[in-house]
Design a protein around this ligand. Sequence first.
Ligand code: C5P
Length: 235
Amino acid sequence: MEKLYEGKAKIVYKAQDPDKVVIYFKDEATAFNAQKKDVIEGKGVINNKISSIFFQILEKHGIPTHFVKQLSDREMLAYKTQIIPVEVVVRNLATGSIVKRLGIPEKTPFNPPLIEFYLKNDQLGDPIICYEHILALNLANDQEIKTIKELAFKVNQILKDILIKHDIILVDFKLEFGKKEDGNIVVADEISPDTCRFWDAKTGERMDKDRFRLNLGDLAKFYEEVLRRIENEKD
Ligand code: C5P
């Protein structure tokens, strides 16, 4: 297959169909803008499965996504999109970068949930940006930003409600949006424990990439546990 793009955790290949791509999930884990790196055997398989389930759930709830189908353990078929270079973060509880940046106490709830935008640019370290920056840099227009915000809040509500049934608190997550060839904006990239924070509602244990970021160990075990809990939700 012809490689179109290789990122830190995924490779995108040309698909047979010209309007689709094959996304391959790697085992590489990176954090802090790739300053910390490791290979965690099996992570790619679990993230492909979890992402596929989340995309199917979202589609079922009327959210447009790039997902077509899961092709194999590590491969997903998706619509080709032009990725909007803005990382959209939704937060239900304060933790991570917002605690450091703004001094908000850990676990402070956000009601309504908080949305933030970051410029997707490794060289600049993905700086936080606001609505006006998105317009000034021509990354999206006003209507597109409105659509992105609406979709991000809906995704939060849908996933939060489903996850809590399985004793998982959706703390925060990052979405990427892409523009399909027909101009429609869809949720793209992946939705996995690499891109979300999941806390066990009973024990408070972290079930996400913070296990890697904070050297807590057992990453694959906790990712597997997330998969086990949500596995039947796609049906
Ligand atoms: O680090 P921070 O607290 O800003 O992360 C917020 C959420 O966005 C977390 O769930 C994190 O996993 C996700 N994120 C991501 N990719 C990035 C930055 C953050 O998936 N480049």
